[in-house]
Ligand binder design. Structure first.
Ligand SMILES: Cc1ncc(C[n+]2csc(CCOP(=O)(O)OP(=O)(O)O)c2C)c(N)n1
Length: 374
């Protein structure tokens, strides 16, 4: 029979029919049935580590939200409820892998080991990026939707060409899968077998726009299939499943099988940012229902039932989280000293006449202020 498409088995690309889950909301282990690949429960060490980082991450998130109310932070997009994704992804990657975050990934960046104050520099408005992207192999947080995926695909291709055994992971939200850059990045990565992981946090809303207005696809994971890319869907509030699916994606990419897309089904418990009123587009009952799927409580129940977490250990981590919050509060209470001229640094790798003109105008104004003693 004559075929018009390339001779590949579609089954190799399809996601599991239902999101992969290893631990249910009560903390009970789930038997694996019908998944596309086998997914094993991660080791106790890794689960304890992820639980600790989720507790730290949530405390950081709460503190950052409080800082907006005190006027210390211009804006903050919370990740409360999405801890399993933010932490699970970061604790799966190694320091040699590259990360391309959006504005929502502050918790992930803290989990990466970046100083929380440096993480908040962009949202504080004092610099384009507060940390050294090369040192942390972590790009600056991206606000234009989906552009970071183009960067991730290109970097992944570069890593492969250099013979590096590393991947580039790009985070994206459900709404941003409607952007052209998302599709360009997927196509490029697939065609060039780039070791890129596209991690979609489907938190159900793009600000106020629900998922039903973004896609008719059975799941966002299926979007990968059309590009010839393997994919999976996972319960994004199950930290064990996120680790297991990330492990599979990393093996796939490092093994030279090209890119991989993961759709994590999760929910953003807070509003889009502190500037948004979520009660205008979603019901209180919907939010309350998601409280029962809390990723921290779920993993805690699993660990405690197996004697892998006791009160002393849990209290020690919670004290550590309080210390992190106090330190962040204290350091964010100090006004940053920013050289206004730094505004023009790192805009382009090669400056343009327009940037230089703007730089000269600001310089002249600052000099005039100084002469007048202002
Ligand atoms: C190219 C572009 N268009 C529009 C916006 C305005 N905008 C900022 S966040 C957002 C919603 C994004 O939703 P989603 O991708 O689901 O991510 P989430 O914020 O839920 O994590 C929009 C439309 C933008 N930042 N960039």
């Amino acid at each position: 029979m004559q075929t018009t498409t390339q001779d590949v088995a579609v089954e190799a690309f399809l996601p599991s029919p239902r999101p992969v889950q290893l631990i249910d909301p009560t903390g009970a282990e789930v038997t694996q049935e019908g998944t596309r690949r086998p997914y094993a429960m991660p080791t106790a060490d890794r689960l304890q580590d992820v639980w600790r980082h989720m507790v730290l991450g949530r405390r950081f998130d709460l503190q950052a939200t409080a800082l907006t109310k005190q006027g210390r932070l211009a804006v903050y997009p919370s990740s409360r409820g999405q801890e399993a994704c933010q932490v699970g992804v970061m604790r799966s990657l190694t320091t040699r892998d590259w990360v391309f975050p959006t504005y929502r990934e502050s918790m992930a960046l803290v989990t990466r080991g970046i100083d929380p104050v440096e993480v908040l520099t962009l949202l504080r408005g004092s610099a384009h990026c507060g940390y050294d992207p090369m040192k942390h192999r972590t790009a600056a947080q991206c606000t234009p939707l989906a552009t970071q995926l183009v960067h991730a695909a290109g970097t992944a291709d570069g890593l492969r060409r250099r013979g590096e055994d590393s991947v580039a992971l790009g985070f994206i939200g459900d709404g941003a899968t409607s952007e052209g850059d998302f599709h360009e990045a997927l196509n490029f990565a697939a065609v060039f077998d780039a070791p890129a992981i596209f991690f979609v946090q489907n938190n159900k809303y793009a600000i106020s726009v629900p998922l039903s207005k973004q896609t008719k696809a059975p799941s966002l994971a299926y979007k990968a299939v059309g590009y010839g890319m393997a994919c999976e869907q996972v319960d994004g509030n199950d930290p064990a499943a996120v680790l297991a699916v990330m492990d599979a994606a990393l093996r796939h990419c490092r093994g030279g099988s090209g890119p991989f897309l993961i759709e994590a089904h999760t929910y953003r418990m807070d509003a889009h940012t502190n500037a948004d009123d979520a009660s205008r587009y979603r019901s209180g009952d919907e939010v309350t229902a998601w409280l029962d799927r809390d990723p921290i409580a779920r993993l805690e129940a699993y660990l405690r039932a197996r004697g892998l977490l006791n009160d002393d250990q849990a209290n020690a981590v919670r004290q550590e989280a309080e210390a992190l919050a106090t330190d962040l509060r204290d350091r964010m209470n100090v006004d940053p000293q920013v050289d206004p001229m730094s505004l023009f640094d790192n805009v382009f790798s090669q400056s343009t006449p327009q940037v230089e003109q703007a730089r000269a105008m600001v310089r002249a104004e600052l000099d005039a202020d100084q002469e007048e003693g202002r």
